[in-house]
Ligand binder design. Sequence first.
Ligand code: SF4
Length: 234
Amino acid sequence: MYVGGSVISSVEFHGNMSLVFFMSKCPLACRYCHNVELLEDNTEKSFEEIKQEIDSSADFLDAIVISGGEPLVQTDAVIEILTYVRQIGLKTKLDTSGIYPDNLKRILDLDLLDYVSLDVKTTFSKYRKITGANVGFQVKKSMELINESGVHLEIRTTYVPTLHTKKDIMNLVDEIEADVYTIQQFRNKNVLDPALEKVEVPNPHDLADLASEIKPYFNGIVKVKSGEFGEQVI
Ligand code: SF4
């Protein structure tokens, strides 16, 4: 399996000490992607190596997070890891773009997930502008599958001032259903489209104001995540 790296984190799965695996590869080309080195990374690890890494820190871990890249490019590998994590009794979280609903359904049907973070990059009909591909319908399908499964769902949008407007976020909130909606601050370092390095990072107070505006229209918790203040519940 292609795994570009791992890190122990207290913030990737709220309230849990987690070991996060960054699975390589992703077919999208989000202009603001800051995991550029993972998109074509060819670092291979065996399941035994992953298992050893989990075992060596399992005593102080609460959870394993599978992130990327897009983890569901390697669905068999993800299932192998999550099945083991379930056996040893740790919690599980998956970060995904949602573009492979059929692969996601395989994992949901096996009851291998406690938490999914789904990136909804813009309204479902405008996906090409951000990702280079018209994949909004697949992402919508993934959202529906997760909601049907009852697994805790957080939807996240990275707010990029030149790619999103306030109206886009208002429209997006009309289209989504989740337990949590998080607006993430765009970072302008190490991004796929060099033109975005000149775009100013949005002010966290402006993001909090936007989150306050959408809150009455979203049936769940609304958060903002910024470099300055970390995660704020609005
Ligand atoms: S931000 Fe986009 S291109 Fe980058 S890993 Fe995520 S889905 Fe893939």
